[in-house]
Design a protein around this ligand. Structure first.
Ligand SMILES: CCCCC/C=C\C/C=C\C/C=C/C(=O)SCCNC(=O)CCNC(=O)[C@H](O)C(C)(C)COP(=O)(O)OP(=O)(O)OC[C@H]1O[C@@H](n2cnc3c(N)ncnc32)[C@H](O)[C@@H]1OP(=O)(O)O
Length: 338
């Protein structure tokens, strides 16, 4: 079974694997730049603001801390997804790496989900390439043989929530301004079946039904009560809590944990692996519809308008507006009763 998981992971993006550069003079740190070309050029002792995926490897424990670093909101664009795929391949192939903690280097935001602009006003070839990259990340993360903990240090809508759902364990910073959930229907789009399956496997059918249909975004406390996340801690303790939790996962022999994980996730992974091309075709057909494009444009504009109503828009104020607009959900009480 572990071999099945490994096979799922390896052999994808083979041309890109192995091009990571290790920062000399700062052992155990991998830095990637959002422009593909710089990937090939090892650089020494740098830390430029454009690095979009930062990996800090603790060689003593074999735990990699991976930080998404694309301000302002860590939206999952095609370049970011491509880089992330390379990093994940590299970590999977590193025999010293046993665990992965996924977090964000951007204050208050884990990830805003898929980059809206990769799904708007583009040729079908772009949609197709973009969707393949989204699939790739899900396959790598959900099928990872590493112990994987999400340290959710900010809002995490839609694709951001999906990233967190791929982990084995989710710890969220207990800040009432943060929200998490699959809110796709609020944008006028539909969470694909494998987003749905990932949520379903985590929170069960009834919560999935209500959450997806209504596009609900939850506060950390709500998310905990629905088992969308496993634990809440004060923001300042998030990384130490994730590291401590990782210790618990790494006490289990890798092969036993990997085979168990594979048993539980294999059929869900195969659901997509067996029909990737059809899923891409569906996505392209759906996203390129005029009505869907209009919905996305309207939504993207509404994000802008929220800001225009507030002068000046301090970041804490903007955070509150987003939370109030998307998170305070009357349907939460429905779930509580169910
Ligand atoms: C039947 C067959 C079905 C087949 C399947 C078909 C379709 C499914 C397709 C896709 C699934 C989609 C998954 C997704 O992930 S869609 C993305 C959903 N994301 C969101 O809804 C989040 C939107 N953003 C926010 O709510 C807020 O930005 C925030 C994350 C809470 C942060 O709030 P804050 O106040 O701190 O920041 P701003 O809102 O001011 O944003 C700053 C800046 O970033 C831009 N931005 C925000 N989110 C995105 C994004 N997802 N993509 C691109 N850009 C984003 C925002 O517009 C601002 O830009 P500006 O230029 O004004 O600075």
């Amino acid at each position: 079974m572990a071999a099945v998981l490994r096979k799922l992971i390896q052999g994808r993006l083979p041309a890109l694997a192995g091009v990571l550069c290790r920062r000399s003079g700062n052992e155990g740190h991998l830095f990637l730049n959002s422009s593909g070309s710089t990937l090939m050029q090892p650089r020494c002792g740098y830390s430029s603001p454009t690095e979009s995926v930062i990996v800090e490897m603790d060689k003593a424990t074999g735990v990699a801390l991976l930080k998404l670093n694309i301000p302002p909101v860590n939206s999952l664009s095609l370049p970011l997804l491509t880089e992330l795929a390379i990093v994940l391949d590299k970590l999977e192939m590193d025999k010293h790496c046993r665990g992965l903690i996924l977090t964000s280097a951007v204050p208050n935001i884990f990830s805003a989900g898929l980059n809206l602009f990769d799904m708007m006003d583009k040729p079908n070839e772009h949609y197709s390439e973009f969707w393949r990259a989204v699939q790739e990340i899900w396959i790598k993360l959900y099928g990872s043989s590493l112990a994987n903990i999400a340290a959710i240090n900010g809002s995490s809508p839609a694709g951001g929530c999906l990233l967190a759902l791929c982990s084995d364990y989710r710890i969220m910073a207990n800040n009432p301004h943060f929200t998490i959930g699959l809110n796709e229907t609020r944008l006028g789009i539909v969470a694909p079946f494998w987003f749905k399956d990932t949520l379903l496997n985590t929170v069960g059918k009834r919560t999935t039904e209500i959450s997806l249909n209504l596009g609900a975004l939850y506060s950390p406390t709500e998310a905990l009560s629905l088992h969308l996340v496993d634990r809440l801690v004060p923001e300042t303790q998030l990384l130490s809590a994730a590291t401590e939790e990782m210790g618990r996962w790494l006490q289990v022999p890798d092969h036993a944990r990997q085979i168990t994980k594979s048993m539980i996730r294999k059929s869900t992974l195969e659901g997509l692996l067996n029909q990737r091309e059809a899923d891409i075709k569906n996505f392209v057909e759906f996203i390129s519809r005029d009505s869907i494009q209009k919905s996305l444009q309207f939504y993207a504009q509404s994000l802008q308008k929220q800001k225009q109503h507030i002068h000046p828009p301090s970041s804490s104020c903007r955070q509150q507006i987003s939370s109030v607009t998307f998170a305070r959900s009357p349907w939460y009480s429905l779930i509580q009763r169910s």
